[in-house]
Ligand binder design. Structure first.
Ligand code: HEM
Length: 406
């Protein structure tokens, strides 16, 4: 294995034509667990190898090309940092996000999340048709993350444009000049950072609340406070990470349930299965399909291959999640699986700390949707997909229904 076929597989996976169902291509890719690509990079696609590399300090998350595109104007976010810098900023951010310093943040949000979701469902158009992305899955997490950070609601619509441009900038495209794409991403991050700087300035005048302002004033924390620039970069990351991924989790969830009416019905009858169902969804249709670039700092022997120092490595989380060596019957959506330890939130030092929030948002969204939408039908299968292969999800999800229950 690993001949011509393996070398062109990533190219086919990145191609938009594969977006609705990349899973057969991932299955082919797993034929060579660590597969050298035509451009000299490596794609890792099997569960145990992906997991091992997520914990391997010989892979760096820093990205010199990205930093060059940023032109020194904005430093990298924690996603693009290694220890010890990474750990200092990450622990300052995490203080605001959960235990031990903010233990009840997410738990306390449930009521508010339910209200937000139900307002969106109340507004579904008469006539029994809605786009679940535009009317539901997109506005919900955007509202939540903006509120959490302290971004005024009237500014929310501006984020869609910024977020779309940023997502477009992370996707590798075969045959492209990455510098152009990375520079566009850098310009968008700078615009967003300027907007946030303005907010922090205003908040410092006394009117602000929300995490943005708490972070700016966190003088007691060890290693703190964040510099202004660090704060802005982190907030850009939180805003974008807090939107793009959760939108796709909710949309992928609605699609998965609409394709399996018995599962939709079951969640309606047994809302208490929501946590397990969301976990299985994160395995089955993970919103972050791959970590597209880490860099080998040394020769790394893995899966009968030596990845040479200096190589770029893609860790294909979504493929690891379907690895038959790890999960029995991996292509079946089964919330009753005994052990759903998926790679959907990554693993190791960069593991997602927004996971508790994302899980709760998806649980609330899907539970309320199946409770209130009567006689749902998928109007287009497969739905149209967004361009990104990394942050993958439907662009629209048109559904029909008989009526909206109260
Ligand atoms: C379904 C929703 C989400 C998914 C699937 C997801 C997935 C991931 C993954 C795979 C990583 C690891 C990336 C890497 O190792 O390079 C990550 C990191 C991160 N996520 Fe999430 N995420 C989600 C929601 C959120 C939310 C709601 C927030 C914040 C409000 C968030 C904030 C972050 C941050 C700040 C990091 C970087 C951590 C670090 O570099 O140390 N995520 N996420």
């Amino acid at each position: 294995m690993g001949g011509m076929n393996g070398e062109t597989l990533m190219r086919r996976i990145l191609d938009h034509g594969s977006r609705a169902d990349p899973y057969p291509l991932y299955a082919e890719l797993r034929g060579t667990p660590v597969c050298r690509q035509e451009d000299g990079s490596y794609a890792v696609s099997t569960y145990h190898e992906v997991l091992a590399l997520l914990h391997d300090p010989r892979l760096t998350s820093t990205n010199a090309e990205q930093e060059a595109a940023d032109g020194g104007k904005l430093p990298p976010s924690i996603l693009g940092m290694d220890p010890p810098e990474h750990d200092r900023v990450r622990s300052l951010l995490m203080r605001q996000f959960g235990p031990p310093h903010t233990p009840s943040l997410v738990k306390d949000m449930r009521g508010d999340l339910e209200t937000t979701v139900n307002k969106l469902i109340d507004a579904f158009p008469e006539g029994g048709e809605a786009d679940l992305v535009d009317a539901f899955a997109y506005p919900f997490p955007v509202t939540v993350i903006c509120r959490l950070l302290g971004v005024p609601p009237e500014d929310e619509p501006r984020f869609r444009g910024w977020a779309d441009k940023l997502v477009a900038s992370i996707d590798p495209r075969p045959g492209e000049d990455p510098a152009v794409r990375l520079r566009q991403g850098a310009e968008t991050r700078q615009e967003l950072a300027l907007y946030l700087n303005d907010l922090v300035e205003k908040g410092a005048g006394g009117s602000g609340d929300g995490m943005l302002f708490r972070l700016a004033g966190d003088h007691d924390a060890e290693g703190g406070p964040l510099s202004r620039l660090e704060l802005l970069v982190a907030s850009v990351l939180l805003l974008i990470a807090g939107h793009e991924t959760t939108v796709n989790l909710i949309t992928n969830g609605a699609l998965t349930l609409l394709r399996r009416p018995e599962q939709w019905e079951r969640l309606r009858r047994e809302p208490e299965i929501a946590p397990r169902l969301i976990e299985e969804l994160l395995r089955f249709e993970p919103p972050v399909q791959m970590i597209p670039r880490r860099g080998a700092l040394a020769d790394i022997e893995i899966g009968d291959v030596t990845i040479p120092a200096g190589s770029t490595v893609a860790l294909v989380l979504a493929s690891g999640n379907r690895d038959p060596k790890r999960f029995a019957d991996p292509d079946t959506f089964d919330p009753d699986r005994p052990d759903i330890e998926h790679l959907g939130f990554g693993s190791g030092i960069h593991v997602c700390f927004g996971a508790p929030l994302a899980r709760l948002e998806a649980q609330v969204a899907l539970t309320e949707l199946v409770r209130r939408l009567d006689g749902p039908r998928l109007l287009q299968d497969p739905p149209p997909y967004r361009s990104s292969a990394v942050l993958r999800g439907p662009r629209h999800l048109p559904v029909g229904f008989d009526r909206v229950l109260v």
